[in-house]
Design a protein around this ligand. Structure first.
Ligand code: NAG
Length: 71
C-alpha cells in the first residue's frame, strides 16, 4: 500500500512541477485527499496503439509518468 501512495504522490508532484516550469496559467487544483482509487486499476495503450499495458504490471517498481497530452 505504501508504494501505491508513493506512486500517486510522485505523479502529482511531477505534474505540479511541470505546470510550474511551463508557466501555464490554466491550471487545476488537485486534491490528493479525494483520490480513493489506485493507479493499478488503470493502464494505457502503447504508443503504436496495438497493446494495452495494465499499470498493475509495475506494482512495487519505481515508475516515472510523463503526461505529454495536449488539449
Ligand atoms: C507496438 O508496440 C509494442 C510495445 O512496444 C511492440 O511490442 C509491438 O511489436 C509494436 N507493434 C508494431 C506493429 O509496431
Amino acid at each position: 500500500m505504501g508504494n501505491q501512495k508513493n506512486i500517486w504522490i510522485s505523479a502529482l508532484v511531477l505534474v505540479a512541477f511541470l505546470q510550474k516550469v511551463s508557466g501555464l496559467s490554466n491550471t487545476q487544483v488537485c486534491n490528493p485527499g479525494r483520490v480513493s482509487d489506485t493507479i493499478h486499476n488503470y493502464g494505457a495503450k502503447t504508443i503504436n496503439g496495438t497493446q494495452y499495458i495494465p499499470f498493475s504490471h509495475y506494482a512495487g517498481k519505481h515508475v516515472l509518468i510523463v503526461n505529454v497530452a495536449t488539449y
